[in-house]
Write a protein that binds this ligand. Structure first.
Ligand code: FE2
Ligand code: FE2
Length: 140
């Protein structure tokens, strides 16, 4: 597999992850009760907007690179309880950070400078999401 093919495949995994996150956050919002649940719902609503923006960008880039964007979301766990949900979300956000940084490096190797910087920016977005989730987790 060429580096470019590896990049397209990696970006498609990221795209499936973004769709999975949008669905997971929507699902969790419906299952979040109480005052802390209300706070979580508000936080997740903002993050869903970010993740949809990431998905749209990845779709455009995959098409531009000559690939076929996936439309299937990555599957996710459905733990009961706010604490377990938040712990899962933080872990998955940090996982996304790792993947975006790895794919930013690939993009850099190929000389795709806009893509490299944008993927790093998206890694930073996910790191920010993880930090916000940690803030709520600390209160539990
Ligand atoms: Fe995202
Ligand atoms: Fe995120």
């Amino acid at each position: 597999m060429s580096t470019k093919e590896a990049l397209i495949q990696g970006l498609n995994e990221d795209l499936a992850a973004e769709y999975g996150t949008v669905i997971r956050y929507t699902y969790q919002s419906g299952k979040a009760f109480g005052l802390l649940g209300a706070e979580l719902r508000e936080l997740l609503a903002g993050e869903i907007t970010d993740e949809l923006g990431h998905a749209a960008f990845l779709t455009d880039v995959i098409v531009d690179l000559g690939g076929e964007p996936v439309t299937e979301p990555r599957q996710f766990d459905k733990p009961d309880g706010l604490k377990e949900m938040l712990a899962l979300d933080e872990e998955m956000e940090l996982n996304d950070v790792k993947n975006y940084m790895a794919h930013a490096e690939l993009a850099g190797e190929l000389g795709y400078i806009e893509l490299k910087l944008k993927l790093e920016e998206m890694a930073a977005d996910e790191a920010g999401h993880a930090r916000e989730l940690r803030r709520i987790l600390k209160g539990l």
